[in-house]
Structure formats: structure tokens, C-alpha cells
Design a protein around this ligand. Structure first.
Ligand SMILES: [Zn+2]
Ligand SMILES: [Zn+2]
Length: 105
């Protein structure tokens, strides 16, 4: 049996499993063999947790996207962004542009 310990400090308790690189909204089958403790995770620049997924699992930082104060996996990142953000404004001005006859030539 594998003896689990933090990849950073080697501690044996308060450990959180880390998903394999490329995991999106994963489950236990996506765990890598790496484990990190909460203290190291909190200061890690390589691993982080999705705000919406189970907080007891860490993602590789490449698999997370930052939105406001939080990090999200790719799937939850889409859910985290309210629909009335920038994209809608762009769409509104696009509509104005289309409806404005001056631009039609
Ligand atoms: Zn640690
Ligand atoms: Zn997530």
C-alpha cells in the first residue's frame, strides 16, 4: 500500500488528493498519485481547488481558471460567470451596430 504524504512538505495528515493534469470536474478515478496538505495547497503556485467542485480535491493550476477571487475548473468556470457580463454588452453593441443603418453599406 502506498504511504501517502504531502508532495511538498512530506506531512502525513490534512492531505488532499490531486487530480491528474488535464482533469476537468473529475472524480476519484481522476486522482493522480500526488497528494498535498492543506497548508501547502494554500500557498501552492502549482495546485489549487475549484470553488464549485469538492474542496477536498486539488487541480493542477493549468486546469483552473481564475474568475474574480476564485479559481474554477473549466466546466465550473462557465457556470461561475453571470450571463450579464462583458459578453452581453458586446452583444448589445453588436445589435446596435447592426440596427444602425449608417453602418450598412
Ligand atoms: Zn505539505
Ligand atoms: Zn469545478
Amino acid at each position: 500500500m502506498v504511504r501517502h504524504k504531502c508532495i511538498s512538505c512530506g506531512k502525513h495528515n490534512g492531505l488532499i488528493p490531486i487530480f491528474k493534469k488535464g482533469t476537468n470536474n473529475g472524480d476519484e478515478e481522476d486522482y493522480s498519485r500526488k497528494i498535498i496538505c492543506k497548508e501547502c495547497l494554500a500557498v501552492s503556485e502549482e495546485y489549487g481547488t475549484c470553488q464549485f467542485c469538492n474542496e477536498e480535491v486539488a487541480y493542477h493550476i493549468n486546469d483552473l481558471k481564475a474568475y474574480q477571487a476564485g479559481l474554477y475548473c473549466n466546466e465550473h468556470y462557465l457556470e461561475a460567470i453571470p450571463e450579464d457580463e462583458d459578453e452581453k454588452e458586446d452583444w448589445d453593441s453588436f445589435e446596435e451596430y447592426i440596427l444602425d443603418p449608417c453602418h450598412c453599406n
